[in-house]
Design a protein around this ligand. Sequence first.
Ligand code: SF4
Ligand code: SF4
Length: 287
Amino acid sequence: MKKTDLQQGRDLLATPVLPLVSMVQFLFLTGPFATVAEVVDELPEPIETGHAVYAHPRRQLGRYLELLRPLEGLKNGAPQPCRVVDAEGAAVDAMTAVSSLVLQQVLAAELEEINSLLCAPCGCTLCCTGPDRDMAQEFFEIPLREQETALFAVQRHESAELARHRAMDEEPVQVEGRPFYALGRSGLFHWQNGWSLILPRQERCPNLESSGRCRVYADRPLVCRRPQIFPYVLEPLKDDGGEGGAQRLRSALLAVVDCPYVGVLRDEIAAYGAACELDVIFRQNKS
Ligand code: SF4
Ligand code: SF4
């Protein structure tokens, strides 16, 4: 894998949208603007920051306008969309909460595109297959939203026992007299924290074609679109519900070094994080 094979994704990494979002947020909240779109329309072009030159900032930001709308709610005194706490568990102020929610969502959308551009040229299927023989893990878990389970033509497992546990519990739930991951085939499981596809050792996702292509690529689950560089501005608090639940402020970016493009582009990912004023955490495996 050469850096030149990853040029499209590198171009996006070199011009992160988050610094532009922070600029727009400041201008909007301190200026006489009724909407965020008005601020974006009045931006000069190009814009140069300490990290990058943005040739078309208005166009770049225009793609995320919908995600910036909570800033208008903040200015108009709308109720805070969710509770955000700091590292000590104390609630942060409304401005920090809304701003971090916006940054998390914009970052997730931008990273979805970056990850897709970087993954495609790698010809790698690591995310779509279970652990190989040399790995310590017995299985990989792909968390799914309920509507996404219809994409997978594999056995579904639902029971009162599964509903009391999670895949990562220390003591594995028994299914058909064996640990749930030892059935010799992949399957859908309905846990306490939602659905997931379990890929046991050396099993492939049922949607992975022998050519290495994903059969449901256009409709692939959310988690498959954000493979190995993750937004970590906020972290959902365990046992505090899903969407709309409380979140902890992390101000970071996670990158999984098992992924070939993360290994090749470590410097670029570190520079992207620095430009976004986020800590970058490189770690071995997302699970
Ligand atoms: S759905 Fe597609 S992208 Fe997701 S794990 Fe399966 S083959 Fe891979
Ligand atoms: S490990 Fe990286 S390159 Fe391989 S499939 Fe996952 S995201 Fe793509």
